[in-house]
Design a protein. Structure first.
Lengths: 113, 115
């Protein structure tokens, strides 16, 4: 158990809908990362937050957004969902970012029908 | 540009065989970190090891060992006396210290260990 929690574990929804994925980092970790794992794209970095502020952005679609709250938990919002958004979404956390190791949560499997 | 290549898509071995998973990386930075993660069939990503670019010492942890060679930009992972529980997808990843903290993953190697 990495100490990173993600909810829900599974999510099934329809095209055009909006969903929110939630992540709680390990106790004491300030940095949260979101990654998407799909069959065609592999594991791709989406976005990073550090102590409430956006720190880095990767291949994140404009339909996706994220935030990190004062209690350091993070949410990833996916809107106008398409079939191609079906994937495993991972959250990871690290202490200070940079040289610290990222520990991953169990992931949220999103299926868009 | 930074890149991680895991040329072996899938490897099958019989229990007790030794197996080496290859990882080759590209980076312009002189300070970087290399990682291996394991993704068992249950789906979670489990951290195995982190290496920084200044430490080329090989590392052994039980049946696992890692060979880091800057001269060939490789960070290979060997499992000695493989077991069925080692069956998983293994990912090599790179993080550049100067360019955010994101991990750049290889495409993974699926290891199947048969009894």
């Amino acid at each position: 158990d990495s100490g990173v929690t993600q909810t829900p574990k599974h999510l099934i929804t329809a095209t055009g809908q909006r969903v929110t994925l939630r992540c709680s980092p390990r106790s004491g970790d300030l940095s949260v990362y979101w990654y998407q794992q799909s069959l065609d794209q592999g594991l791709q970095f989406l976005i990073q937050y550090y102590n409430g502020e956006e720190r880095a952005k990767g291949n994140i679609l404009e339909r996706f957004s994220a935030q990190q709250f004062p209690d350091l938990h993070s949410e990833l919002n996916l809107s106008s969902l398409e079939l191609g958004d079906s994937a495993l979404y991972f959250c990871a956390s690290s202490g200070r970012g940079g040289i610290d190791t990222q520990y991953f949560g169990p992931g949220t499997r999103l299926t868009v029908l | 540009a930074q890149k991680v290549t895991q040329a072996q898509t899938e490897i099958s071995v019989v229990e007790k065989e030794d197996v080496t998973l290859d990882c080759v990386y590209e980076t312009r930075d002189t300070t970087y970190y290399l990682f291996w993660y394991k993704q068992p069939p249950s789906g979670e990503l489990v951290f195995l090891i982190r290496r920084n670019s200044f430490d080329e010492q090989n590392e052994i942890s039980g049946r696992y060992s890692w060979n880091f060679q800057k001269s060939t930009s490789s960070f290979n992972f060997t499992i000695t006396a493989s077991q069925v529980v080692d069956s998983a997808v293994y990912f090599c990843a790179l993080s550049e210290a100067y360019n955010t903290d994101k991990l750049i993953f290889g495409t993974g190697t699926r290891l199947q260990v048969f009894p």
